[in-house]
Design a protein around this ligand. Structure first.
Ligand code: Z16
Length: 831
């Protein structure tokens, strides 16, 4: 029942067969067209903001051809799709990424140059799409990029937050949050789909369908609408364009006609205000769970709209629902989207009238689950009374899932009541809690951690009983990766040009195993010189960026020592700044002649603290207080500078990472599941100073121990140290004690402000083992300096590292997921 007349059909055929137009005249016309027709401007009064918008819309036109072709093709061949469900997508900018993917960068550079603009300035006009907190959200963005580039039919599903990650200002050394109003200006990278809108119910009550065991009607008049916005994910070197479908809460169905008709016009939209809030803001917590009711409703809106959409798309094939697992794989990015499991059960039982066993078989063959942390404060648990009130049907389904699961456990291990208590999806606390990680595990056919050590740890801790009950094969490792498009080719053009030269062509960008070729050039003096020059240029670019964002002048000839990530106690920025204080002390003890022999160093920090995380915010204040004193100390000069760059973001990372000499990844062993910036730094020729934790371990294995500086206690030793420190005072070594003394002597302003930080070590049990690791940390810093003095060896380390980093491309991660979890194959999109 097609409504398309045959003549129009021909027009469409020609449209999707046409090549992307690349000649300068056509591009210029399309930019001018958007400038005048889309934005009502003229070439005479256009500023660089207008130039960005007009160019971006012109690029998006060219992207659309491939995007439509991709979706049409996948529908036509009934391709199995993977759906990556994530509450976070930390996308950053898209314009430059799209220019590179379509190989239009030179063309747009020329056209913009002709009218007096510099492409770099135009690129700088774009605001980040910051719909995520940190590693987990950025991983989701790298994964959809890799799916697109490797020709997998993959979609991301997420939420279109009106306010993304808050903007961080530093006022008087303290973090101050400001809203991220990223949608205030037009967003060229989203397509509203008002026709793709689903109702989502909350509250209400249940009525059992007569004569059925598991079928209910859920009656409620609190119904929100979720509307789709699609965000394109341009694939590099392929026609395949991925899609991220983001839901936005609509309010129409909450319009109260009764109130309106009674003359209460304002009251008629009262409910809409409440509705809008559901997709208004991103919760700004990385690795912590707040347990807020609004967040639960947000998660459910997301899950319900997504599952309804997936089922609607599947039904278009006309196949029976028992075949859903043959055409759809759903990956849960952490527990945040776990309600997708009971939601699919609800649809299959109540709407589709399947039996419990039929429905459960479909669900468990479709879902797979990734765990990203073992920090207890991050574990999602929802009180049963809250869940029962907001989602009565889902609470009932979860009880039944748990009942059947516990029955199967009892059958296998009769009479083991403690096992049943430990493994139950419902925690028997007061009130009872739903353990979301257990629900995700029971409803999935595969569970994975994000680095080898982390996948081992979860098998021994949180999922230990599940390994016993469900078997070892269900629990696997998928080491994280990062996109070489954004994190090499995009952010580091000079180094990338050298790699292209070594490899012979640009194919390494989609096949990182080819960087191995760099090893052939490690002894080539000319190559080495250009390698160093590329790093030097990136350092100068960062020095300029720091001058313009903080007013601090640094020398690009110093060693750049970088720690940039969310501020969290387990990541130990506090240990880093303590070591800076100690270093300052040592420099002050030296004669000018001695100081002149030291390696000049710039210690760079950046990162946001969750708005409610008081300790993390105090750490930011301490860093800024220390920076202020050291940077103003004329005696010290360029030998030591400390910089806190405000408002860390994907875009800031693109400046920072290529400029680093040494970067720090210094979590207490066993606490950082993987880390992904560690990979980015090494892929850009930086060296790691890190603990034996997360993906640091595998990076060391790949590049060789000479290329990485490890220190600190090992994960299996942490338990004993923590136990000891619960009953014994920590014994700070002389260096750490010196740092404490300087703070308490008011060297960096009123020391009392920072006493709670010192107390977290001395009186709080030193949970993150700063006192244990500090001596080896200081030793490791010395080793770094010694190595850096030998620049020839340093360059060798840098080149060899990049050459051996192929494993950490997200293309490798995605291929493993595709083969071992999703059972999907690449599909080459053609006309
Ligand atoms: C997050 O960013 C991570 C874990 C988590 O439970 C929640 C959030 Cl918001 C991070 C991990 O801390 C990091 O080690 C890992 O590399 C990243 O997720 C991606 O897996």
């Amino acid at each position: 029942q097609s409504k398309t007349p045959s003549k129009i059909d021909n027009v469409f055929q020609n449209y999707s067969h046409s090549e992307i137009s690349r000649d300068a005249a056509t591009i210029k016309n399309s930019v001018v067209m958007h400038l005048t027709a889309t934005f009502l401007r003229t070439p005479a009064n256009m500023d660089s903001g207008d130039a960005y918008l007009a160019s971006a819309f012109s690029v998006r036109d060219r992207l659309l051809q491939r995007w439509n072709m991709t979706n049409e093709y996948h529908d036509r061949v009934n391709a199995k799709r993977v759906y990556y469900m994530s509450l976070e997508f930390l996308i950053g900018r898209t314009f430059d990424n799209a220019l590179l993917a379509l190989e239009l960068r030179n063309e747009y550079s020329k056209v913009l140059g002709d009218v007096g603009f510099c492409l770099e300035d135009i690129i700088d006009e774009e605001r980040d799409a910051a719909l995520g907190n940190g590693g987990l959200g950025r991983l989701a963005a790298c994964y959809v990029d890799s799916m697109a580039c490797s020709d997998y039919p993959g979609w991301g599903y997420g939420l279109r937050y009106k306010y993304g990650m808050f903007q961080q200002q530093i006022i008087d050394g303290y973090q101050v949050e400001a809203p991220d109003c990223w949608l205030d200006s037009p967003n060229p990278w989203e397509f509203p789909r008002p026709d793709v809108t689903y109702p989502v119910k909350f509250y209400g009550h249940l009525v059992r369908v007569p004569d059925s065991k598991h079928r209910f009607t859920w009656e409620s008049n609190v119904v929100y609408d979720a509307m789709a916005f699609d965000v394109p994910v341009p694939g590099y070197g392929t026609n395949n364009v991925g899609n991220i479908r983001l839901w936005s809460c609509k309010t129409n169905s909450l319009f109260d006609l009764n109130k309106f008709n009674a003359g209460d016009y304002a009251g008629a939209t009262g409910g809409q205000v409440a509705a809008q809030i559901l997709t208004d803001v991103l919760y700004p917590n990385d690795n912590t769970n707040e347990g807020k009711e609004l967040r639960l409703r947000q998660e459910y809106l997301f899950c319900s709209a997504t599952l309804q959409d997936i089922i609607a798309r599947f039904k278009k094939t006309g196949k029976p629902l028992s075949e859903l697992p043959d055409l759809a794989a759903i990956q849960l990015n952490d527990t945040h989207p776990t309600l997708g499991i009971p939601e699919l059960m609800r649809i299959l039982l109540d709407d589709e009238a399947l039996t419990w066993d039929e429905a459960w078989s479909i669900v468990t063959r479709t879902f797979a689950f990734t765990n990203h942390t073992i920090l207890p404060e991050a574990m999602e648990k929802w009180p049963v009374p809250m869940m029962d009130k907001i989602l009565p049907r889902h609470m009932g389904i979860i009880y039944d899932i748990n009942l059947y699961f516990l029955q199967s456990v009892e059958e296998k291990f009769p009479g083991d009541r403690d096992l049943l208590r430990r493994i139950s999806i419902i925690e028997e606390s007061n009130p009872q809690q739903v353990r979301m990680a257990f629900l995700a595990c029971v409803g999935s056919h595969k569970v994975n951690g994000v680095a080898a050590i982390h996948s081992d740890i979860i098998k021994q801790s949180i999922f230990n009983d599940f390994v016993t009950v469900q078997g070892e094969d269900k629990f696997i490792n998928k080491t994280n990766g990062v996109s070489p498009r954004r994190w090499m080719n995009g952010c580091n053009p000079d180094m990338s040009a050298l790699i292209t030269e070594a490899v012979g062509d640009r194919t390494w960008i989609n096949d990182l195993t080819k960087v191995k070729k760099l090893e052939d050039h490690v002894a080539d003096d000319d190559f080495r010189a250009r390698w160093s020059a590329a790093k030097q240029k990136n350092k100068q670019r960062l020095a300029d960026y720091i001058l313009s964002t903080t007013g601090i002048k640094i020398s690009a000839d110093a060693l750049f020592d970088v720690q940039v990530q969310r501020i969290h106690e387990y990541k130990r920025q506090l240990m880093n700044i303590f070591s800076v204080i100690y270093r300052y002390h040592c420099l002050k003890q030296m004669t000018p002649a001695e100081r002149a022999k030291e390696i000049s160093r710039v210690v760079i920090f950046a990162g946001k603290a969750a708005a409610g995380y008081w300790v993390a915010k105090q750490v930011i204040k301490l860093i800024n207080s220390v920076a202020e004193v050291i940077n103003a100390d004329a005696e010290i000069g360029d030998v030591l500078k400390v910089v806190f760059i405000p408002d860390y973001s994907v875009t800031a990372a693109e400046y920072l990472i290529p400029a680093s000499d040494i970067s720090q990844h210094i979590s207490t062993a066993g606490t950082e599941a993987s880390g992904t910036s560690n990979m980015k730094f090494v892929l850009n020729g930086g060296i790691i100073l890190g603990t034996v934790d997360g993906a640091n371990i595998e990076i060391g294995e790949e590049i060789g121990e000479e290329q990485i500086f490890f220190f600190g206690c090992l994960a299996h030793e942490v338990g004993d140290f923590r136990h000891y420190l619960r009953f014994h005072q920590p014994k700070p070594d002389e260096a750490l004690q010196t740092a404490f003394d300087l703070i308490q002597n008011n060297t960096f302003g009123d020391g009392a402000i920072f006493q709670p930080l010192i107390d977290s070590v001395l009186r709080g049990g030193d949970v993150y083992l700063l006192s244990v690791d500090f001596p080896s940390y200081i030793q490791a810093h010395k080793a770094v300096e010694d190595a850096y003095r030998n620049q020839e060896e340093w360059v060798t380390k840098s080149i060899l590292s990049v050459a051996r980093m192929a494993k950490f491309s997200s293309d490798r991660s995605i291929q493993e997921y595709a083969e071992e979890v999703w059972n999907i194959e690449p599909v080459r999109v053609t006309n």
